[in-house]
Design a protein around this ligand. Structure first.
Ligand code: 4AD
Ligand code: MG
Length: 436
């Protein structure tokens, strides 16, 4: 195809080429015909545009061939960009020429409805659909907004190891890996390394994949997920909550700034719920949370974990994320500092997303006293030797400090309005799935 005078242009840039002849390089997403016209939906990764082929504009053989083009054929299309008020993009393309790069019948994902199991088996192809495309782009924006949030505030990125010698979040969800003549574990959280980083850098964040051998099949659990974990020296629980709140408002704002059309369109997610994500978020204690859950008809006792259903009952009482702080210390990991005014509770916070999307953030203030931390490690039945380096942080220059971890996938599920986290990550890993 001769495209010398038709520069290669991405769909998202067509507005800058109104009236000009361009070349698109993409794939056939869908097509319909009406006599003298073929309407070709062409996607190129940045967007989808309707390319209209008029019988009188192209050679007869090309017009006939276009009527048989299979879904997902890779194609080059030369044509003139035209304003079109009916198109969601605002533009369409009048086709002058089309060349096929590769075409094959039988693309497995047709316009008909497919079951989730089938789609997950074909995840490598499912990613091309409009809805998955929107999710991938929003995930990208969320990750970028998170990084920007911390980068613009003087935090330094600290890359924590993935192969670790010990548990951070409880021994029941560790993935063990043979490591020469010893055992290693895939990291459950970079937090302990983030704490070392905070003592060196003041404000730091760890951002990477984390692993939990979760045996539960729920819509909120993956075995591999991404977590961003800020950690700040001299910060207390109040400061930690303010940081989490400010960060979430900023991230939701970034997504709304860029993706309103996709959220309302491809994702059909009610957007008003996101517009309400403004400061201040309600802050309630665990004790108050238990009372509210019980009053809503779900009896539970102080000291019990707030399960997924109870989280939803609680979150539904608020129109924005709710911060639940001061959980019973016995329920929490060994590193939490206990509240000096009530040692039964830990200076920790969970942020619950609205609309039943569950806990998206967990964090709090860390125990900074050496002897107390040693006792907590022993009480948790963890091997003290494995934590000797971590205890060094309390031996020299220990200060109050706090941080949290935000799970990227649950955040994407909430913002995109997805029932299950399996659609929030390109290739989900769950108890039942290791492929593709
Ligand atoms: O509450 P978690 O377990 O906290 C920690 O790991 C702390 N060390 C973080 C810190 O303080 N630096 O996990 C934090 C978040 C959860 O709120 C949730 O969003 C996500 O990580 N998460 C999961 N996401 C998907 N699948 C799982 N199995 C997850 N487990 C935790
Ligand atoms: Mg948690």
């Amino acid at each position: 195809m001769d495209s010398t005078s038709a520069p290669w242009t991405y769909v998202e840039d067509v507005a800058r080429h109104d009236g000009q002849v361009i070349t698109l390089k993409g794939w056939l997403y869908g097509r319909r015909s009406s006599g003298k016209l073929h309407f070709l939906q062409v996607r190129d990764g940045t967007g989808t545009i309707q390319a209209v082929m008029f019988k009188g504009d192209v050679p007869e053989a090309l017009f006939a061939a276009a009527d048989k083009l299979p879904q997902e054929a890779s194609i080059l299309v030369r044509g003139r960009v035209k304003k079109d008020a009916r198109s969601p993009l605002g533009f369409e393309l009048s086709v002058e020429d089309l060349a096929v790069v590769q075409a094959a019948e039988g693309y497995p994902i047709g316009p008909k409805e497919h079951g989730v199991a089938f789609l997950m088996e074909h995840r490598h192809l499912w990613l091309r659909s409009a809805r998955q495309h929107a999710i991938l782009r929003i995930r990208h924006t969320i990750v970028k907004a998170l990084r920007d949030y911390f980068d613009f505030r003087g935090f330094t990125l600290l890359d924590a190891p993935i192969l670790t010698p010990a548990a951070c979040e409880g021994t029941s969800t560790l993935f063990e890996v043979p490591y020469f003549d010893q055992k290693a574990y895939l990291t459950q959280s970079g937090q302990l390394y983030g704490e070392a980083g905070a003592m060196a850098l003041g404000k730091t964040y760890v951002f990477g994949p984390t692993f939990r051998a979760e045996k539960s099949k729920t819509r909120r659990h993956l075995t591999e997920f991404w977590m961003i974990e800020p950690e700040v020296a001299y910060m207390d629980l109040e400061g930690d909550m303010a940081l989490a709140e400010d960060m979430l408002v900023e991230v939701v704002g970034s997504v709304l700034g860029k993706h309103r059309a996709e959220i309302a369109g491809a994702l059909e997610r009610p957007i008003d719920a996101l517009d309400r994500v403004k400061k201040p978020f309600p802050r309630i204690t665990y004790t108050e949370a238990v009372e509210r859950i019980a009053a809503a008809g779900h009896p539970m006792n102080w000291g019990e974990d707030i399960g997924g259903d109870e989280e939803t009952v609680l979150a539904n009482q608020f129109d924005r994320p709710v911060m639940v702080h001061r959980y019973p210390a016995a329920m929490k990991a060994f590193y939490f500092k206990k509240d000096p005014s009530d040692p039964r509770v830990a200076l920790g916070v969970d942020v619950l997303a609205p609309e039943g999307y569950g806990e998206i953030i967990g964090g709090g203030q860390r125990e900074d006293d050496l002897a107390t931390l040693e006792a907590a490690i022993d009480a948790a039945g963890l091997p003290r030797e494995a934590f000797s380096w971590y205890l060094d942080l309390r031996r020299w220059g220990s200060v109050p400090h706090a941080g949290f971890g935000l799970g990227v996938e649950r955040t994407v599920a909430w913002i995109c309005g997805l029932h299950h986290v399996r659609e929030t990550i390109p290739f989900a890993r769950t108890i039942e799935r290791l492929a593709p």
